[in-house]
Design a protein around this ligand. Structure first.
Ligand SMILES: *Cc1c(COP(=O)(O)O)cnc(C)c1O
Length: 376
């Protein structure tokens, strides 16, 4: 019995997912989005596993994340999606990070202070979130010398790739292809690398791959295309432990707000996982079931900060003893199902998990022959 709930991370599955995506995008470089600490799973084991699987190019959001990744992977290419906003040129240069420049102002600043080091450029092709807007993008084609540094990559980002039939996909793809050709000609760089696809974009087909793809969620087992069969291997399993069990008469309540009231003689197990561990209130009130030794047990009542309650009425006593594990996520409780029931995306579920779990990495990274079993 472990002291705390356990988050198991299957590095073999992560590696297999990387290889599957790299195969699907054959011909393009397969990079990895590892922002937010590798989607909440922990860069310290996610990053070396991806590296051993053949990944050489990484994307983080903030300069500080890039510095952390640099300490793990001295030879990787690390892009910082927030450009110069989360750390200026001096910080980026110190850690050998490549900014993704999001405006003409940032391009001018990198030309002055970037010491001739490469930078990527992000054009907005309709998502209207980040990147050069239409006016800035046109001006860059008219004045390509403003980017008088090696442009390592021209990228854009898809707004609706998880919905393959959405007209935004084709629209953004065509805009990006046209702009990429324009900038290649203007800058005299026919080989300037282009990148558009996130995980779902990889599955949209070869038109979307260009020279580099940047999957994130699919690496970690999330389903890139909503409502379709998930081609990725699950990466995480989350097991809580039963702290106590009690028998309740009809009419008794459970937890804050008396949000659950027993309608029959009930047996309730209290488990050591709560909203501080990423199990938000949306996971309670009977919406989800945990797996208790192969039996389904609904999560009942309001979830507390450090605990939740399972209705284990009728389950064998042996599997509901204090210290027994219950699976809350992964295995028979798929990320996709939890996502569908709670309205929380797989991205939210993973990045919310928090650092309180006993994290155990299992698996073997193919090609190195090295077995990994890290516990923290
Ligand atoms: C997060 C992110 C990705 C990866 O997206 P997924 O949907 O997780 O595959 C790729 N590109 C950019 C710009 C991102 O912000």
């Amino acid at each position: 019995m472990s002291a705390a709930a356990t988050l198991r991370i299957d590095l073999t599955a992560l590696s297999d997912n990387y290889r599957l995506l790299a195969d699907k995008a054959a011909g393009a470089v397969c990079a990895a989005a590892v922002k937010a600490d590798g989607y909440g799973l922990g860069l310290e084991w996610i990053a070396p596993t991806l590296w051993e699987s053949g990944c050489r190019v990484f994307f983080v959001a903030h300069a500080a994340e890039g510095a952390g990744l640099r300490a793990i992977l001295p030879d990787a290419t690390i892009h910082v999606l927030h450009g110069l906003a989360s750390g200026g040129p001096a910080t980026l240069l110190r850690h050998g990070l490549t900014p993704v420049l999001n405006s003409l102002d940032e391009i001018d600043r990198w030309r002055r202070d970037g010491r001739g080091r490469p930078a990527a450029i992000h054009v907005d092709t309709g998502m209207n979130r980040l990147g050069l807007d239409d006016a800035d993008a046109d001006r860059l084609i008219q004045q390509p010398q403003r980017a008088a540094f090696p442009i390592s990559l021209l990228m854009s980002h898809l707004a609706c790739a998880d919905t393959p039939a959405h007209p935004m996909n084709r629209l953004q793809c065509e805009r990006f292809a046209a702009y990429g050709e324009g900038l290649r000609q203007a800058a005299g760089r026919p080989d300037l690398p282009l990148s558009l696809a996130n995980s779902a974009g990889v599955l949209l087909g070869a038109d979307y791959h260009f020279n580099m793809v940047r999957p994130g969620i699919a690496l970690y087992g999330g389903n890139p295309i909503i409502g379709s069969e998930n081609p990725m291997r699950p990466v995480i399993t989350l097991d809580g432990n039963i702290l106590q069990c009690r028998d309740l008469p009809p009419g008794a309540i459970v937890g804050y707000g008396a949000a659950f009231r027993a309608e029959r003689p009930s047996r309730i197990a209290t488990v050591d996982v709560g909203y501080a561990d990423g199990f938000l209130r949306a996971c309670g009130d009977g919406r989800l079931c945990a797996d208790v030794a192969g039996h389904r047990a609904p999560i009942v009542g309001r979830i507390s900060m450090d605990m939740l309650a399972l209705d284990v009425t009728g389950l064998p006593e042996a599997v509901t003893q204090p210290g027994r594990p219950v699976t809350l996520l992964g295995g028979p409780v798929s990320l996709d199902d939890v996502s569908a029931v709670t309205g929380l995306s797989a991205y939210e579920l993973l990045t919310l998990l928090g650092r309180r779990y006993n994290r155990v990495c299992i698996g073997e990274v193919q090609g190195t022959g090295s077995k990994v079993l890290i516990s923290k």
